[in-house]
Write a protein that binds this ligand. Structure first.
Ligand code: SF4
Length: 323
């Protein structure tokens, strides 16, 4: 529970840095789901405004990979590789995301992009592993070695509330930066050790599995890493970090941190709570009630460049044509 509250509070502070902030994102290239990053920050690139204007949602990787093109209509079956069901599913996903227009011409479903995709909309990607208490490290060692060896991110940082000793630093891969976080301080983040930049353009080694003395690794080429970075940036942009619920309970309030005021605070437990795992009739403090009013999209729009209405008209037009 401590990690959950730490994560939300840290995200609220990082949001003021004018980067895209998200949490709980996959960072494996070949190892499906074996590495989930706690927090990811994505710095805006030169074309960031173009990406913001395109759509507030994540554009699926399969749609971007197809490079449908903005200038002319193409048959769905020709624009996407693979079986027809896959092609139609991707075309619909792209239209739902507001990135593709989909209609019928001469009895055929045809598709085109609403605009060119701004490849350089994002810059530096930083992964942050939260470990408020270094006394209970869990999988920390594997996670940090995985990230440092793969080099998918520009930087990797460990964030903790613990006092960081020389012995701790010696156990953490050299490239990993370390932040000491004290939410009671005016500036809650103290850099104990700067991160060493990784090299996302170079080949990487992905640690897939470790059992006893056996380690299984995979090779990640620069192209595979670039594709994964775009997917990670898209996922971060579409998802953000406010993916928590506010419980329907009389003790549920809106928590505040660093200008964010929609956090899931419980008056009974006097802390932020993870509604999905902590709330409900089994909780000793539970009293039926309404969840507090909290428009998380409106708060994100007010505090960042992201806007939930971007591309809305185009999306509606595309769907109307499709229907
Ligand atoms: S269910 Fe329990 S933890 Fe959740 S808001 Fe109510 S009292 Fe707090």
């Amino acid at each position: 529970m401590r990690e959950f509250a730490f994560e939300l509070r840290l995200c609220a502070h990082l949001e003021s840095r004018e980067e895209v902030v998200s949490r709980q994102l996959g960072a494996s290239v070949h190892g499906t789901g074996n590495r989930i990053l706690d927090v990811v920050t994505v710095a805006p690139g030169p074309a960031f405004e173009g990406r913001v204007a395109l759509t507030p949602d994540e554009i699926p990787a399969g749609v971007l990979d197809a490079d449908v093109g903005a200038g002319r209509w193409r048959r769905v079956s020709e624009a996407f590789d693979g079986p027809p069901e896959r092609a139609h599913r991707l075309a619909e996903a792209g239209a739902d995301a507001g990135f593709l227009e989909l209609t019928r011409r001469d009895g055929q479903r045809v598709v085109r992009q609403v605009a060119r995709y701004p490849d350089d909309w994002f810059g530096r990607i930083v992964g942050i592993e939260n470990k408020p208490d270094l006394g209970t490290p869990g999988d920390l060692d594997f996670q940090l070695r995985h990230d440092a060896a793969l080099g998918l991110l520009d930087e990797v940082v460990l964030a903790t509330e613990s006092y960081v000793t020389r012995a701790h630093l010696n156990r953490i891969p050299e490239a990993v930066g370390v932040w000491r976080v004290d939410f009671a301080a005016d500036d809650p983040i103290t850099v104990v050790r700067e991160a060493t930049p990784l090299d996302p353009d170079a080949p990487g080694v992905e640690i897939l599995d470790e059992r006893g003395l056996e380690t299984r690794v995979g090779f990640a080429s620069p192209d595979e890493k670039a594709a994964k970075r775009r997917r990670l940036a898209e996922r971060a942009f579409g998802k953000g970090w406010r993916t928590y619920g506010l419980p329907a309970c009389a003790e549920s309030k809106r928590g505040r941190e660093a200008g964010a005021a929609t956090l899931p605070y419980c008056a009974f437990k006097e802390r932020l709570v993870d509604a999905a795992s902590e709330c409900g009739p089994d909780c000793p403090g539970y009293e039926p009630g309404d969840a507090p009013d909290a428009d998380r999209d409106a708060e994100r729009a007010a505090r960042t460049a992201w806007t939930p209405d971007a591309g809305e008209k185009r999306t509606q037009t595309a769907l109307d044509r499709f229907n």
